[in-house]
Design a protein around this ligand. Structure first.
Ligand code: NAP
Length: 368
């Protein structure tokens, strides 16, 4: 029986115990029905009242089943890299009831506390907690250094490694090279961030590639439970190879970030006559400017399709300029000749072939 001093409770309906001496609610000296209005005699009784009569007991079947169900769906997840994106994901993981631990180069103890996350400054301490999942949220550029610095030997032998890097072939090959063979590998890319996912993740794409998941039922199940975090939030789940992802992402995400960053350099400002199209551009700048330059540079450096897209963008810009200047040249030329016509009358067309005199000889230069 739990006692909650601060809660008010309506009188519970108690049936008299067959043996009053064994009834915990009735003292020997009391009548059969307890009197809740009666002032307690002992000083301790002043603060303690009976507040609940059906609190879960550890030996209850119902409570056991419930905690077993929670354990079967909830994961212990260790986030490595607790910056902008790590914290963004942690918020939802905690809301869903997962046990979230974190480690980062910077001490994010206070931020972690506010989110309900246990923060470990030392990666050894985090790994000794034996999380079922390690979720890598570091910058693309630092991933290899961070991964090589993790005390993998302290983790459980078949830990599931997940990354959320915005490029996919790079972490996949890194994981396969560095991680022990017993570790499971799931490469993912939630295609949204703190800006685009501010009002929930419903309908937003989540790309994943089950690179190496053991056949064991428990390992398959663990991977599904992790993916289910995003299913539950309503994400559009897209299973895709890392290679395919990088091709698609260079054509879409890298172009988006590049255009956003070019526009940012123009310091665009809102005007009183914004069109819908212009509003879209301002939103694009807002969406992309919050991301670190490291992230953008990573998209360029670690996706070998990015260079081709940058060149295509450059060529498209040049082609557009040429088209504009071509039209401009035509207009200017036309205007120039119009002026010539007005000022000097119709200009004499120069004959294509030199004039010949009647005798067939060439005329002197003064006649031409
Ligand atoms: P980021 O600049 O790409 O990464 C910042 C994180 O990397 C921080 O946790 C930082 O740790 C860590 N880090 C950077 N350099 C490090 C180093 N030398 N050693 C150790 N740790 C280092 O910004 P982000 O937005 O948080 O992105 C994190 C990851 O999520 C990236 O891989 C990105 O591609 C991916 N992602 C981001 C978005 C998004 O919208 N932002 C969306 C999808 C996927 P400290 O803070 O402790 O320094």
């Amino acid at each position: 029986m739990l006692l909650f001093p601060s809660l008010k409770l309506s009188k519970p309906k108690l049936s008299p115990h067959p043996n009053p001496s064994l009834n915990p609610y009735i003292s020997q000296s009391q009548s059969k029905i307890p009197n809740f209005n009666r002032k307690p005699q002992h000083p301790l009784h002043k603060t303690i009242q009976i507040k609940a009569i059906d609190a879960a007991q550890p030996y209850d079947l119902e409570s056991n089943l419930n905690s077993r169900f929670i354990q079967s769906t909830k994961l212990k997840i260790g986030i490595i890299g607790f910056g902008n994106y790590g914290q963004f994901l942690a918020k939802t993981l905690v809301q869903q009831g997962h046990n979230v631990l974190a480690h980062s180069r910077t001490n994010y103890g206070d931020a972690a506390k506010k989110l309900g996350v246990s923060f470990f400054s030392d990666p050894h301490d985090l790994c000794e907690e034996h999380p079922e999942v390690i979720l890598l949220c570091t910058s693309i550029l630092s991933t290899e250094t961070v991964l090589r610095g993790l005390p993998l030997q302290r983790l459980k032998r078949n830990t599931l490694f997940v990354d959320v890097l915005s490029v996919k072939e790079f972490p996949k090959s890194l994981f396969l090279r560095i991680l022990p063979k017993d570790f499971d590998v799931l490469c993912t890319h939630p295609m949204f961030g703190p800006e685009s996912g501010r009002n929930g993740w419903k309908g937003l794409p989540f790309v994943y590639d089950k690179v190496r998941i053991g056949r064991d039922e428990s390992r398959v199940n663990r991977c599904e439970r992790f993916l289910n975090i995003f299913v539950q939030e309503g994400c559009r789940m897209e299973e895709m190879s890392c290679k395919e992802h990088d091709k698609n992402a260079a054509e879409s995400q890298f172009i988006t970030h590049t255009v956003g960053r070019v526009l940012e350099k123009l310091s665009l400002e809102s005007t009183p006559i914004n069109t819908k199209g212009y509003e879209t551009l301002l939103n694009l700048v807002e969406n992309t400017s919050g991301d670190s330059f490291d992230l953008y540079y990573g998209l360029f450096m670690y996706n070998h399709n990015a260079m081709e897209q940058l060149e295509r963008l450059d060529m498209a810009f040049e082609a557009l300029k040429k088209e504009l200047f071509g039209h401009l040249r035509d207009v200017i030329r036309k205007e120039l000749f119009e002026h010539e016509k007005k000022d000097f009358g119709v200009p004499k067309e120069k004959p294509m072939l030199p004039l010949l005199l009647e005798n067939g000889k060439s005329p002197p230069p003064s006649m031409i």
